[in-house]
Structures are given as structure tokens and as C-alpha cells.
Design a protein around this ligand. Structure first.
Ligand code: ATP
Ligand code: MG
Length: 567
């Protein structure tokens, strides 16, 4: 299912054009500017791929800059996690930098604006400032403090930084135009007073710059060329340019906006993740159901599939919602080529094989139609599987009264065991309650109706299997009620049996034949426990709660069965 390479997107074209006309002396320097107030998510991944990708493509560099200007919410823990996940995605920052390192120069630029008569200290409370901002049809009202002298502004601003005034009592504002059609230009706030302890600068600073002031100047200090951000900052661009112009920045960076990634069935904001974590609705930031990179990685999602997503969704100028299935398919494509095939039985049902001598059967790790990774090439792809006289198959693969078109086992039915013999079910053993507890099968010559995975009873190893599903059951979770929209069945834990070769292998990614793609949970593995997380199902077929499940017996054998049979 090879797709054509995506067409050049507008940012690519723009950087190419800038380079061609020699802008910035031919330099390309981008940056990825996360705020260290939470974990990165799949949306950030597209921004990372875009910024680092453009730099790579045009022989430039990309900085990782921590946009750490809000002391209350930022933490060192997040800094190290963000670094870890940028690298996990496959990128190496040219420099790792912090906006907080620029607090000194930024403070200097603020005073410079005051000295130019372009900024003033305003004593109005926050809500009053908002009220006086005006509306689309009405100009705002000028602050009564707008006419303060430069000297008074300077000494007040210095007193703010010296801790002489309480939090919230004063702000520094740009003196622009209260009638500007762009709200962002109506004397925007540049600095506020905060006494919170900053995780890097401690208690040195009592005034902290707002995003609009800090961001453009941080870009300028680093000599960024293309400052890429998401669409909601479109109206901030005018202010970005104004500040740089008033601060006399030579060869200033320019801001370009692209549409943020939205995915169906996915909540995508740190604030909401925090709620999920704090309310114990998930096990943590790295819960495999979370769209954080930490969660995705633990579920078994690969950096390659995330880069493929970024490339595929490309860069849009308008916001849209990408179907989660698109990502699932890219993920499956990637997992297909890297996951050896192993066998696992989620709900074991004992099967005695009469007439089977026992011993071993030949198999392969990868089916014939998949080019295996190097370590499985040629002879390395071959393997022997123990197959004794007792095996386990999945309960779901047996039906006493099968529906029409059943391709699995039933009384008198004939199936093949993957890599093994063809067997017929001759006897069904039940317990006192009437539940099926064992099948007696005989080896036969004959045409099987289907192929089933199995594990050898004597050597199989118990493993916990975590069947993860979508965290949210609605396509477009709403902002405030998403807690009610959580999928109550997003995790099912089963005690499964896996073949010994799987349990003893160092491989992390597996395709459990006919079951899905799984990943050995690294946290549990470190504690010596054998736990597999479902990364993805084999095919599409997810339905919201309440709708009936897909028909149990597919007409054609699923791809995995065909693959297994072919192998
Ligand atoms: P959140 O809303 O989750 O808190 P944020 O935008 O506040 O996200 P930042 O750490 O400020 O998070 O973002 C760092 C960079 O990642 C910014 O340049 C931002 O534009 C980009 N980014 C954030 N979310 C997305 C997304 N969904 N799609 C693409 N880029 C994103
Ligand atoms: Mg942010």
C-alpha cells in the first residue's frame, strides 16, 4: 500500500524560497519550543518532525528551547522527559536552550521599550484591563496609567522586579493602539509580577515576561530564521513583528503558522492529561492509553510510525481532524515489518491431540511475504516449535453450535494448527456445570476449514496481556465533558499463555498470530514480570460501545492466518 510522497507543503516552499533569495545569509535555523509543564503528546510529535525535518532538509539546524516563563507549572522532570522523547523520535537538537536563560536580556529589552516610551506600568486589575479592551465594533479604552512619564515607568518597573508590589497589582504593557482592529495590539501585557519559585532561576525574578514578549525575543536572541507555530497564534504575529521592530532587531525571525494536529477519539492537551492522571483515570503520564509520547511508546508505538504520520498529514493551513484509523494503518504497516510472529492464547482451552507423536514442528518468524529485519534474514528466520500431545487453543476458536460459515473448531470440525498438523475434534469434555473444559482431537489427513494458533501445554508460559482500547469512545471528545466520554472498556487484562520462545526472547514487538500486535511492557519487564500490551489490532473493526461486534467468523481467512499458513 505504498503511497506517493506527499506534495511539497507551503512551509517547505517558503523555506526553499527564502533560501533561494539568500534571506538570512542562506541560514535555516528552526526551533521546537515546548513549555516544560507536561509530557509531549502526538501533536507535539508533528511539530518536532516539522521543525527538525525542515532544518535537516535545508542543511540547517533546529534548537530545542524550553519555553519556561511560567514558574508555577514548570518542572525539571518535564524538561528531562521532553529531551528524552525528542531523541526517541529520532532527532538531535543543535542546542538545548531555555527562555529562562534570557530573563536578563528580556528585562533589558523591556526597559528599552519603556525608555522609548513604548511601554508603561499599568495599575489596573486584570479583569478591568480585559473589560477595557473593547469589542470587535468598539475601540478599547486607554488606561489612566498610559500617560505616565518614562522616569516613573522605569522606577515602577524596577520596583516591581525588586518585589515592592504584591502579585497582580501591576503589569507592564506595550503602548500601541487601543483602537487597533487586532485585539492583540491593544496595549498587550508584557510582564507580570510573580513570587513563585522558578525551577531554574529560583527567586531571582519577581517579574516574568508573557509569551508574546518572551517568544519573539527568544527567537531573535537565538537568531532563529523560521519560527513555526500553530494557527491559534496567527493574530499574535503582528505583535511578534512589532516587538522585534521596536527592539531594533536586525534581520528578525518571522513567524509562520500551521494547523495543529487533531485526531479523532483523542484528547490532546496537557490540561486534560493532568486531569486524567490526577483523578486516577489512567495509571500515569505513560499509561499506554494516553496519547502522550510516553504512553504511546509504552504501548509499542514506534517513532517510525509517528514520523510517517507527520509526513502523511503534512502541513495544513486550516485546522482539521485526522482520522485515528489513518495512524493505526501507518502503525500496522510499520509493525508488520518489525514484529516476529509468535503464538499466544488469550483464553486457553485445553486440547488433547490423539494420534500425535509429539515433538517439534518447523516454522518461521516472518511469513514469506514480509521482508524480515536483518537479524531474521535467511536461516535466522527458521525456527522449531515444541508441539506435544496437549496444546491450548483460544476458547473463542471453539463453538459447539457454530454459526453458518464458521471456520474455526467445532465438534467434528477440521482445522490446521499453525505450522502444525490438521486435526479433527472428536470429543468435547465438560465440567459439572456444563462448561467446555477440554477437547479431544485426532490428527487427520483432510482439508482444514481454517487455521488456529496454539501453544504447547508442556512448555507454554503464563503472561499477563493488557488489551488496550481507545481511551475515548466518541469521535470528537468535547472540551469539558470528556470524562463522561471515556471508554469504560479501554483496558481488559487477561491471563494468557505464550509460547516459551516468546517468553524467553529479547524481542519487544510481537505479532501474536491471529490476535494482534503486542509490545513487551518495559516497566513490568524491568520488574521481572512478563506483560504484553496490545499495540494495535490486526485489522480495523473498532466500534463504539453498544454496536454489535464484527461477525465472529470472517468469510475469508484473516491476513494473519493466511500468512501463518503460508509460513
Ligand atoms: P497543550 O495545549 O497540550 O498544552 P501547548 O501548545 O501548550 O500544548 P507547548 O509546549 O507550548 O504546548 O507546545 C510546543 C510546540 O508544540 C508549540 O510550537 C506548539 O505549537 C506545538 N504543538 C502543540 N500542540 C500541537 C498539536 N496538536 N499539533 C501540532 N503542534 C502542536
Ligand atoms: Mg503552551
Amino acid at each position: 500500500m505504498a503511497e506517493p510522497t506527499p506534495p511539497p507543503h507551503f512551509l517547505r516552499a517558503l523555506v526553499a524560497a527564502d533560501k533561494a533569495r539568500g534571506a538570512y545569509g542562506g541560514r535555516v535555523l528552526t526551533r521546537f519550543p515546548p513549555e516544560p509543564n507536561g509530557y509531549l503528546h502526538i501533536g507535539h510529535a508533528t511539530s518536532i518532525c516539522l521543525n527538525f525535518g525542515l532544518a535537516q532538509e535545508f542543511g540547517g539546524e533546529c534548537n530545542l528551547r524550553f519555553d519556561d516563563t511560567n514558574p508555577e507549572t514548570e518542572r525539571e522532570e518535564y524538561v528531562s522527559k521532553i529531551l528524552e522523547y525528542v531523541e526517541w523520535l529520532g532527532f538531535t537538537p543543535a542546542r538545548v536552550l531555555y527562555a529562562s536563560d534570557y530573563f536578563g536580556p528580556l528585562y533589558g529589552y523591556a526597559k528599552y521599550l519603556i525608555q522609548k516610551g513604548k511601554a508603561y506600568v499599568c495599575d489596573l486589575p486584570d479583569d478591568e484591563i480585559s473589560r477595557q479592551r473593547g469589542s470587535v465594533t468598539e475601540a478599547g479604552t486607554e488606561s489612566p496609567y498610559r500617560a505616565r512619564s518614562i522616569e516613573e515607568n522605569l522606577s515602577l518597573f524596577e520596583a516591581m522586579q525588586a518585589g515592592k508590589f504584591p502579585e497582580g497589582s501591576r503589569v507592564l504593557r506595550a503602548k500601541i493602539d487601543m483602537a487597533n482592529p487586532n485585539f492583540k495590539m491593544r496595549d498587550p501585557l508584557l510582564y507580570r509580577i510573580k513570587f513563585a519559585h522558578h525551577y531554574r532561576t529560583g527567586d531571582t525574578w519577581k517579574v516574568y515576561p508573557f509569551y508574546d514578549f518572551a517568544h519573539c525575543l527568544s527567537d531573535a536572541i537565538e537568531r532563529i530564521t523560521h519560527s513555526i507555530c500553530t494557527l491559534e497564534f496567527e493574530n499574535n504575529r503582528e505583535l511578534y513583528d512589532w516587538i522585534l521592530r521596536e527592539c531594533d532587531i536586525v534581520d528578525p525571525p518571522h513567524q509562520h503558522e500551521f494547523a495543529r494536529l487533531n485526531l479523532t477519539y483523542t484528547v490532546m492537551s496537557k490540561r486534560r492529561f493532568l486531569r486524567l492522571v490526577n483523578e486516577g483515570l489512567v495509571s500515569g503520564w505513560d499509561d499506554p492509553r494516553m496519547p502522550t509520547l510516553a504512553g504511546l511508546r509504552r504501548r509499542g508505538v514506534t517513532p517510525e510510525s509517528l514520523r510517517a504520520l507527520a509526513e502523511r498529514v503534512g502541513v495544513a493551513k486550516a485546522n482539521s481532524v485526522v482520522e485515528l484509523e489513518l495512524f493505526d494503518n501507518l502503525l500496522r504497516d510499520d509493525l508488520n515489518t518489525r514484529s516476529p510472529r509468535g503464538m499466544a492464547v488469550l483464553r486457553p482451552l485445553k486440547v488433547r491431540l490423539d494420534g500425535w507423536v509429539g515433538g517439534e514442528v518447523d516454522g518461521t518468524w516472518f511469513p514469506a511475504d514480509v521482508a524480515p529485519p536483518e537479524r531474521f534474514a535467511g536461516e535466522q528466520n527458521r525456527r522449531r516449535l515444541p508441539l506435544g500431545t496437549t496444546v491450548y487453543i483460544d476458547h473463542a476458536d471453539f463453538s459447539e453450535a457454530p454459526p453458518k460459515g464458521w471456520h474455526r473448531l467445532s465438534p467434528g470440525g477440521v482445522v490446521r494448527l499453525v505450522h502444525g498438523p490438521v486435526v479433527r475434534c472428536d470429543e468435547v469434555v465438560k465440567d459439572e456445570a456444563g462448561a467446555v473444559v477440554e477437547l479431544r482431537c485426532v490428527v487427520v489427513e483432510g482439508k482444514p476449514k481454517g487455521t488456529l494458533q496454539w501453544v504447547d501445554a508442556a512448555t507454554a508460559v503464563p503472561a499477563e496481556v493488557r488489551l488496550y482500547d481507545r481511551l475515548v469512545k466518541v469521535e470528537r471528545p468535547t472540551a469539558d465533558d470528556f470524562i463522561e466520554e471515556l471508554n469504560p472498556r479501554s483496558l481488559e487484562v487477561v491471563n494468557a499463555l505464550v509460547e516459551r520462545a516468546v517468553a524467553e526472547s529479547t524481542e519487544a514487538h510481537w505479532q501474536f498470530v491471529r490476535v494482534g500486535y503486542f509490545f513487551r511492557d518495559p516497566v513490568e519487564a524491568a520488574a521481572g514480570r512478563l506483560v504484553f500490551n496490545r499495540t494495535a489490532g490486526l485489522r480495523e473493526g473498532w466500534r463504539p460501545e453498544g454496536e454489535s461486534a464484527p461477525a465472529p467468523a470472517p468469510k475469508a481467512p484473516p491476513k494473519a492466518v493466511a500468512e501463518a499458513a503460508a509460513g
